[in-house]
Design a protein around this ligand. Sequence first.
Ligand SMILES: Cc1cc2nc3c(=O)[nH]c(=O)nc-3n(C[C@H](O)[C@H](O)[C@H](O)COP(=O)(O)OP(=O)(O)OC[C@H]3O[C@@H](n4cnc5c(N)ncnc54)[C@H](O)[C@@H]3O)c2cc1C
Ligand SMILES: *[C@@H]1O[C@H](CO)[C@@H](O)[C@H](O)[C@H]1NC(C)=O
Ligand SMILES: *[C@@H]1O[C@H](CO)[C@@H](O)[C@H](O)[C@H]1NC(C)=O
Ligand SMILES: *[C@@H]1O[C@H](CO)[C@@H](O)[C@H](O)[C@H]1NC(C)=O
Ligand SMILES: *[C@@H]1O[C@H](CO)[C@@H](O)[C@H](O)[C@H]1NC(C)=O
Ligand SMILES: *[C@@H]1O[C@H](CO)[C@@H](O)[C@H](O)[C@H]1NC(C)=O
Ligand SMILES: *[C@@H]1O[C@H](CO)[C@@H](O)[C@H](O)[C@H]1NC(C)=O
Length: 626
Amino acid sequence: MTLLGLTAATRILDKPLPIKVFLMMLGTLIVIKRPDIVDKKNRVQSVSTQKLLAQYDYVIIGGGSAGAVLGNRLSEDENCTVFLLEAGADEEILSDVPYVASVYHTSSVWDFKTEPSSNYCLGMNNHQCDWPRGKVLGGSSVLNAMIYIRGNKRDYDSWAALGNEGWDYESVLPYFKVSEDVRAKELVDSLYHHKGGYLTVERFKYNPPIVDYFLDSGKELGYKVHDINGANQTGFSYTYGTLRDGLRCSTAKAFLRPASKRKNLHVSLKSFVEKILVKEDGTSKIAYGVLFRKGWRRYVIKAKREVILSAGSIKSPQLLMLSGIGPRDHLEEMNIPVVHHAPGVGQNFQDHVGLAGITYIVDPPPEIAHYERNKLTTNFTEIRNLESIQEMIQNSSGPLYSLVNGGIAFINTKYANKTNDYPDIELMFSAASDNGILIASAYALNSKAATALYNNITGDVQAFTIFAFLLRPRSRGFIKLKSNDPKEAPAIVPNYFQDPHDLQVLVESVRFMEKMGRTPSMRKLNARLNPNKMPECSQFDILSDEYWACYAHHFTTTVHHSVSTCKMGPINDSYAVVDARLRVHGIARLRVIDASIMPHIVSGNTNAPTIMIAEKGADMIKKDWS
Ligand SMILES: Cc1cc2nc3c(=O)[nH]c(=O)nc-3n(C[C@H](O)[C@H](O)[C@H](O)COP(=O)(O)OP(=O)(O)OC[C@H]3O[C@@H](n4cnc5c(N)ncnc54)[C@H](O)[C@@H]3O)c2cc1C
Ligand SMILES: *[C@@H]1O[C@H](CO)[C@@H](O)[C@H](O)[C@H]1NC(C)=O
Ligand SMILES: *[C@@H]1O[C@H](CO)[C@@H](O)[C@H](O)[C@H]1NC(C)=O
Ligand SMILES: *[C@@H]1O[C@H](CO)[C@@H](O)[C@H](O)[C@H]1NC(C)=O
Ligand SMILES: *[C@@H]1O[C@H](CO)[C@@H](O)[C@H](O)[C@H]1NC(C)=O
Ligand SMILES: *[C@@H]1O[C@H](CO)[C@@H](O)[C@H](O)[C@H]1NC(C)=O
Ligand SMILES: *[C@@H]1O[C@H](CO)[C@@H](O)[C@H](O)[C@H]1NC(C)=O
């Protein structure tokens, strides 16, 4: 079978295609051959401005991981009108392809950068870390790595212990489950999983054989290979993703497309909210609507019941401050009239900081000689060819169905209490030989460092890389306004490594990798650490703590899990922004429902927890109005 007669061309063009050409061909062929991805009849249509109602029961700001869930759940009641505003457009077809997530951000993004630092991201231009977030229907679930992880039970028990009733693990588990449509056959019977929800969860379709060596090495180190979203978190696992038939299942696909025909749900795309409107009524302050811009015009839409802010952990605190809700001194400094003094808005910022691109060179062992040599690992550059496209388009298979991260581990460094099932490091194991260079590019590491580290890990060289990140950082950062202009990005100050303990734990993860490298499974592969050094750290021995600390200061990587900038907590916690029902303290009819409300970060990737928060939030709203 030939695809547009291109088989012969494939032979000729055995070389990797330039990325733009590759994506263009992939996109074109999807449009022609894959109606399942184009999904024309289910896609969300933006409501025209002529059809807008003057008021809706609920106005939701942001159609991301959380906002999409809310749009669906609140419009389940046909007697309620729901208005969902999203600054970006609909998802592009290319973002469905898992491979694409590793090489290119298709949809438009909020192109944030952190403030220059003298302590982290030193290897990046102007010492600023790059921080893309989704500006698209589905939000960051459209450009994330799709990894489905819920965090540790103790995280939620700790939220509850801080005075947030109803957020302990036992209480939140049903909200994780209600979303889920688990399709991995080994999980369908688990008490921790559920079939029939909107959000499909599967194993990545394509895993090169090296992932099994990673899992085996875990066993050899005394870890279990099991469901890390199940009874115990500590252990190793294949990566599971928010995937449907092997393709990305964003929250827009999962939650909004099935609701797109509902008459009571209006979704307005390319609609940028500039302000939440609050009126004073006697002694109380009440949110009553939003001001937004679409094209060149501004509109005011009122909320009969509530305004719900789901703009994510950077934009939600920014919009509150722009609306006069935030730390008094800061608002005055920005010439914003103070509506409500809320000192916690933008504070308590937390993120998972990591060591990435740590590369081990491997040789294919004799036992897998029957595999083509170049298929022990995947080379993400080499597979950028017509053959991969053809396999994906025609067969729904092949390496374009893979993610760089094939395996996950939750492990204990010497700083963790091993009896508690509360690991302190997560490892993402990448089966892509060229992951180092991909990561260097994704995080905008300067080219001198990227070249020094990875220039000879190309072509036939096979390798895997590890991305380790710190699960419970002690450092706290913040988000502040730079001006009262809604278009201007806020100042982002993550303060990575402000608490020296964070760096110590992270560096200790390298000791774990060393042990892993000595397991029988890794010996079979002759796994050896890439000896190339970060130029700025070349004075240190590559096995020393000093080297890896220096590496972390230069090649600082985030897993993009920023949270907690509008934290939930009781009224006597002056930094709490919302209460346990996610209502903003001091303002009636306004809730924040997204990743920013986490009292503290969870010990795992943050997308599934954010979806859980939205499921629970929607349920609370319905109960409060019934
Ligand atoms: C590159 C990347 C990789 C990641 N990988 C993973 C992963 O593999 N697994 C995982 O669990 N987590 C991952 N995460 C994190 C996870 O995706 C986020 O924690 C989660 O999506 C946050 O959801 P949210 O609803 O809080 O915000 P978002 O999903 O970012 O949604 C906010 C939405 O609000 C919109 N918005 C903002 N301001 C306005 C405004 N003023 N007017 C109108 N609309 C507005 C935005 O455009 C956006 O659509 C990753 C994140 C990134 C960026
Ligand atoms: C919607 O309203 C109608 C008429 O008042 C009522 O009969 C119906 O039960 C309501 N539906 C829901 C889901 O509440
Ligand atoms: C499609 O799958 C079949 C069966 O696994 C395989 O023989 C064939 O080579 C594949 N075709 C492409 C284009 O990859
Ligand atoms: C580890 O946790 C257990 C159970 O919570 C506790 O009894 C023990 O004292 C802890 N160990 C250390 C070293 O902190
Ligand atoms: C694993 O989980 C079970 C049930 O939650 C618990 O009783 C057990 O202590 C856990 N094991 C470890 C090693 O933490
Ligand atoms: C890359 O070059 C360095 C320095 O010459 C060498 O030590 C290393 O083995 C090379 N790596 C590979 C994969 O060839
Ligand atoms: C806050 O109030 C809760 C009860 O809601 C109480 O348990 C807690 O100790 C109080 N915390 C502080 C810091 O006062």
